[in-house]
Design a protein around this ligand. Structure first.
Ligand code: G6P
Length: 608
């Protein structure tokens, strides 16, 4: 994770670098720093805490510079501290910012120590500055020094370097961590994410693994892994101010919850026609490939994995395909057996999650029929490296806790289930039923959002507890898991999810008046069984908050029965997610936590 940004310009760049860091704080926010070239010296400022503190320091010190690099950190090696904050430097000559992890850092650090370098941080990144200095001191150019350094590094990195001896150029290198160049007006920029510099340009060049590049105010040069000058495609992306501002909302998370009707519309738009899903919406030839799919493997992390768990049920009931699902971080290490004609599906908001990307790269070496990604960022590594893709079109999601990305992933996964069924001539009536229901999803979500008033009544009762239990059955178990994840990540209340039938096999022991139980009880063939499970909670004095269909009757001693809008059963997981998001948000608000940037977390996890 971490966000890096660099600028070479004919104007002062301090402000634009810090503004860029603010936009990348979702990548990490425990410390920040900047190195600005001032011809004879480098202004080097670092602060513990959020970018705002660095900004305050910049306002006080007002360093002027036309060339600089900056960083916002999510600690991996070494605690959050000023010493561990980037940029790191060597001999006050080479200043670097790094995103990624250098796996062989112990060995390289030991070697550099024998060469007389001393370390001032506990990070793996600092050695990059020393290694570059080491090669520069042997008379190599900065570009050659970068190639020589790269030869030594194992791991993932996006690096930007300022050399005090050169006041015109910034050197960049990429391997398995995102890095792009932005073509500005009379300036060239680099960043981990187009969002960081989207106000300055709409033209981006995505560096490839192995690339080394140089930017100056006048231009840029890219060299490939063989040190040959390379040309790379320019990608145009328009990033509106509106998409990355909170508007009338207190937090990005709140804004993103209420954007869901439009976001879902954007996911579906142009992909359904008449009463069926359109052909080849996952890329040219995808509908033909789908004819041969016999098995599905899903890999993802966090919230995206929960979307995959819901979809596994749809692949079975709509597309009649068996699905195996793995945490991306576990998948490669279980020696997966790949049956013939298996489709690998990755799901990711960012498209840059290191474990998911590593799983895709691993899978590409296996005998999968094809690879497909469900992703929110069209320019991401997952999108570029998968055979087929569909973009959720949710717009930038800034809050660390995923909301609209999840529900749009579900909508895209439903389109996939329908496409697989269509290619295999299955369930035409069911497809028509689901498509009809999908068209009214944005309105149903709009109606569901009105549940906020009821949530405001129950939020204070949950905000003063230390634990919570979420229950669901079948396709609602992953939604219960997602609800528990939302609550724990932003309110820091310990929350767990269980399939309601499992309650009596252990968790029932935890039930007392201090354990709120949040249950999802839509109308379904197992609704009665679920109600019996909830009676078990009631009988033991537990407080129940039940989101339910009006047709389900329950007499609660304490807590609340909350009626949910009607919707086709197959799409209810999307609808039942909404109140859980609002509940977590309102509880976190009452507890006064940092909702958009919860402690210890980051949005884009680009380390394994
Ligand atoms: C982080 C985020 C989660 C997200 C997960 C996977 O943990 O905080 O919100 O679900 O990464 O991210 P991805 O971008 O692959 O969906």
């Amino acid at each position: 994770m971490c966000g890096i940004i660099a600028a070479a310009s004919n104007r002062n760049v301090g402000k634009l670098l810090v503004q860029g860091l603010h936009k990348m704080e979702y990548r990490g926010y425990d410390s920040a720093g900047i190195a600005l070239h001032q011809n004879k010296q480098i202004a080097h400022l670092r602060t513990l805490g959020k970018v705002k503190l660095l900004e305050d320091k910049m306002i006080q010190e007002k360093p002027k510079s036309k060339l600089g690099i900056a960083h916002t950190r999510w600690a991996t090696h070494g605690e959050p501290s000023e010493e561990n904050a980037h940029p790191h430097q060597s001999k006050d000559r080479v200043y670097i910012v790094h995103n990624g992890i250098i796996e062989n850092y112990i060995e390289l650090k030991d070697y550099l120590k024998t060469e007389g370098y001393s370390f001032t941080s506990q990070t793996d990144s600092e050695l990059i500055a020393h290694m570059l200095d080491f090669f520069l001191s042997k008379g190599n150019s900065i570009i050659d020094s970068m190639y020589l350094t790269k030869e030594k590094l194992d791991g993932a990195y996006a690096i930007a370097v300022v050399d005090k001896e050169d006041n015109s150029n910034i050197v960049l290198a990429r391997n398995k961590s995102p890095l792009l160049i932005g073509i500005g007006t009379d300036e060239f920029l680099a960043a981990s994410d187009p969002l960081a510099i989207g106000q300055l340009t709409n033209e981006f060049i995505f560096l490839e693994d192995g690339d080394v590049a140089q930017i100056s105010a006048e231009g840029f040069t890219i060299y490939d892994s063989n040190k040959k000058e390379a040309s790379r495609e320019i990608t145009k992306i328009d990033i509106s101010d509106q998409a990355i501002s909170k508007g009338k909302f207190k937090h990005f998370m709140e804004k993103e919850i209420y954007e869901q009707p439009q976001a879902i519309l954007n996911t579906i738009d142009g992909r359904v026609g008449g009463d069926d899903v359109l052909d080849n919406i996952f890329g040219l030839g995808s509908s033909d490939i789908f004819k041969n799919v016999k098995r599905i493997q899903v890999v993802a992390c966090g919230t995206s994995l929960h979307a995959g768990r819901v979809a596994a049920n749809w692949f079975s009931s709509i597309s009649e395909l068996p699905t195996q699902i793995d945490y991306a971080s576990e998948y490669r290490y279980r020696n997966p057996h790949v049956d013939e004609d298996s489709l690998l599906i990755t799901i990711s908001q960012s498209g840059e999650t290191a474990d998911t990307l590593a799983a895709l790269r691993y899978a590409k070496e296996k005998n999968y029929l094809s690879t497909l990604t469900i992703c929110n960022v069209p320019t991401s590594s997952l999108a570029r490296e998968s055979d087929y893709s569909i973009f959720t079109n949710a717009g930038p999601e800034i809050g660390v806790a995923s909301t609209k990305a999840f529900t749009t992933q579900l909508a895209a996964l439903m389109l996939l289930a329908l496409s697989l069924a269509k290619s295999r001539n299955m369930n035409p009536k069911l497809r028509t039923r689901v498509i009809t229901a999908m068209r009214s999803l944005p309105d149903t979500i709009e109606e569901t959002l009105k549940i906020k008033d009821t949530i405001l009544e129950i939020a204070p009762e949950i905000a003063n507890k230390d634990n919570a239990l979420f229950l669901g059955r079948g396709i609602f178990y992953p939604i219960a898991k997602e609800g528990a994840l939302k609550l724990k990540e932003i309110s820091y209340i310990h929350a767990e999810a269980y399939p309601a039938g499992e309650l009596k096999h252990g968790p029932l022991a935890l039930i007392d008046e201090n354990m709120p139980v949040i249950a999802l009880a839509p109308e379904s063939e197992i609704a009665e069984k679920l109600v019996s499970n909830l009676e078990e909670v009631k009988a033991r004095g537990g407080t129940l908050y039940v989101f339910s269909d009006p047709s389900i009757s329950m007499d609660l001693k304490s807590g609340k029965l909350i009626n949910m809008p009607k919707c086709d059963f197959l799409l209810t997981p999307i609808i039942y997610t909404i109140p859980l998001q609002i509940l977590s948000y309102e509880v976190a608000l009452l507890r006064g936590t940092d909702i958009d940037q919860p402690r210890n977390l980051a949005k884009s996890v680009t380390v394994e």
